[in-house]
Design a binder for this molecule. Structure first.
Ligand SMILES: [Zn+2]
Length: 129
């Protein structure tokens, strides 16, 4: 049996353990957030539907809230993210891009919620773009 020269037995176990952990994590996240089919981003502002946007089209637009605040939404490479916003915490911008079914981006100060959904479920009111 050829033992790897630069790896001690403990190192090998560690590497295997990390690999298994990553695989498990990946498997669980795939299970929790399966890729959306014909994914769309549903956007609501203060609980009211703002629009539904296909993730397979590149688009960016600005959502204004009632108090003059804005969130710039960007859809690119099948992912949606908030590219810019003038909310005080900017947590929505820091949440990064989402693309899996059930994932959300929330901007609390602006009452804006983006949810990734399947596009083929018939609940879609309209699709722009
Ligand atoms: Zn925000």
């Amino acid at each position: 049996m050829n033992k790897p020269r630069f790896l001690k037995k403990g190192d090998v176990i560690l590497v295997v353990a990390v690999a298994v952990a990553l695989l498990l994590f990946w498997g669980v996240s795939r299970f929790l957030y399966p890729p959306a089919e014909n994914g769309v981003a549903e956007i609501t502002v203060n609980g009211k539907p703002h629009g539904t946007y296909r993730l397979d089209k590149e688009v960016s637009f600005t959502v204004q809230d009632e108090n003059g605040g804005y969130n710039r939404v960007e859809i690119k490479n099948g992912e949606v993210r908030i590219a810019d916003a003038d909310c005080p915490d900017r947590l929505c911008v820091r949440q990064g891009a989402i693309s899996h079914k059930g994932e959300t981006i929330v901007c609390l100060p602006h009452g804006l919620i983006i949810t990734v959904c399947d596009g083929a479920n018939g609940d879609v009111d309209f699709i722009t773009g």
